[in-house]
Write a protein that binds this ligand. Structure first.
Ligand code: ADP
Ligand code: ADP
Length: 233
């Protein structure tokens, strides 16, 4: 079943007199439960496409259907609402609040969802459990390793039970061994039925994904099923 469908998406940035076509015409369909890696050189449009898919930005033209809703012409408020409901974000730099505990960091999206404190804590604890960090709930980010911080960020992305996890260079700040640990966690999440889209420029990381989409100059250069995805243990 389709969860994402972009049709001839174009994105033009205007810089004074200059126009930059970050996306020229991108049509891509992603089904529920897929695990996709976006690759491509710097400037090829990966971040622009991720921002549009994540409802952080809208295309200049073309249409984008997310979970059966046309989001191409939504207002800021409508976008924020659908974003909070459908998307869990994971970033290269983790983006955790330094003064908040792991539990508080993970519970944060649930405040916007309107849950009471007890429910927030319970859900956040379960999310931390699912990434193997139930013994770190009261630690602060600076008391954790890089891999553990990224697990907290992944727990935060999962806590709302989103339709899609969007991960932008999730292993970009981690050493290889820790990166593979995070990829094994993604593999587990994929096996549980989560839809995952990640941007990476590292081949060995991309090969955990089951589908690899390459962008070049604002166009899809290739889009193929990975015949032999790396599996976690
Ligand atoms: P990638 O993530 O693959 O490196 P981007 O989507 O960041 O590519 O960028 C695609 C093109 O759009 C680049 O030429 C970049 O300079 C330009 N671009 C990206 N964001 C902006 C912006 N906010 N304003 C102007 N130009 C931008
Ligand atoms: P580090 O940065 O120290 O290498 P890791 O990301 O490898 O951190 O692991 C963080 C913690 O999560 C460790 O205590 C590890 O034992 C635990 N852990 C690692 N993988 C899993 C998993 N798939 N499920 C549950 N717990 C895990």
């Amino acid at each position: 079943k389709k969860i994402i469908e972009t049709t001839q998406i174009q994105k033009t940035y205007r810089m004074g007199m200059e126009e930059i076509q970050a996306l020229k015409s991108v049509s891509i369909t992603i089904n529920k439960g897929e695990y996709v890696a976006f690759m491509g050189p710097s400037g090829s449009g990966k971040s622009t496409l991720m921002n549009i898919i994540g409802c952080l930005d809208t295309p200049t033209s073309g249409s984008y259907i997310l979970a059966d809703k046309d989001v191409s012409d939504m207002s800021e408020n409508e976008l924020a609402e659908i974003r909070n409901k459908e998307i869990g974000f994971v970033f290269q730099t983790f983006n955790l609040l330094p003064r908040a505990t792991c539990l508080e960091n993970v519970a944060l999206p649930l405040i916007y969802a309107g849950l009471n404190k007890a429910d927030r804590s319970e859900k956040a604890f379960k999310a931390l459990q699912s990434v193997g960090l139930d013994d770190r709930v009261n630690h602060r980010p600076n008391e954790l390793s890089g891999g553990q911080r990224q697990r907290v960020a992944i727990a935060r992305a999962l806590v709302n039970d989103p339709s899609i996890i969007l991960a932008d260079e999730p292993t970009g700040n981690l050493d290889s061994k820790t990166s593979y640990g995070i990829m094994e966690l993604f593999d587990e999440l994929h096996q549980k039925g989560n839809t995952i889209i990640m941007v990476t420029h590292e081949d060995d990381i991309a090969h955990y994904a089951h589908r690899i989409v390459r962008l070049r100059d604002g166009l899809v250069e290739s889009d193929y099923i990975n015949p032999n995805p790396i599996r976690g243990h």
